[in-house]
Design a protein around this ligand. Structure first.
Ligand code: SF4
Ligand code: SF4
Length: 104
């Protein structure tokens, strides 16, 4: 094989390797997107946490919780063993006093 043929073969292999690297980079991006979405789901499955300084004990969260996980006396308190993290109380609290924790 002369030098020109060798150079051509080398260039061809180099191009094939570049294409494989580009393909692998795309796969890594796909895995990263998948992990980001999984991380978002983890955030959504946390339990309700009450900011006691904002709660006015109106009782709306207690009435709306489908799990019976909130009890309101002087402030709202969440039974985390019953809370499924559905977010209803977060959505309807008029004081913005409830959020979902990042993890269970
Ligand atoms: S809805 Fe909000 S302000 Fe009302 S009791 Fe629940 S946490 Fe407190
Ligand atoms: S997140 Fe859902 S289950 Fe948990 S306390 Fe709020 S309303 Fe109840």
């Amino acid at each position: 094989m002369d030098r020109n043929a060798q150079a051509s073969t080398f260039q061809q292999r180099l191009n094939e390797l570049k294409a494989k690297v580009a393909d692998l980079q795309d796969q890594v991006k796909g895995v990263r997107r998948h992990l980001d979405r999984a991380a978002d789901r983890v955030v959504l499955t946390g339990h309700a946490v009450v900011d006691l300084s904002r709660c006015t004990a109106c009782g709306i969260c207690e009435q709306l919780c489908p799990q019976g996980a909130v009890h309101v006396s002087d402030v709202a308190r969440v039974d985390v063993s019953r809370c499924t993290g559905c977010g209803t109380c977060v959505q309807y609290c008029p004081q913005g006093a409830i959020r979902l924790s990042a993890v269970r």
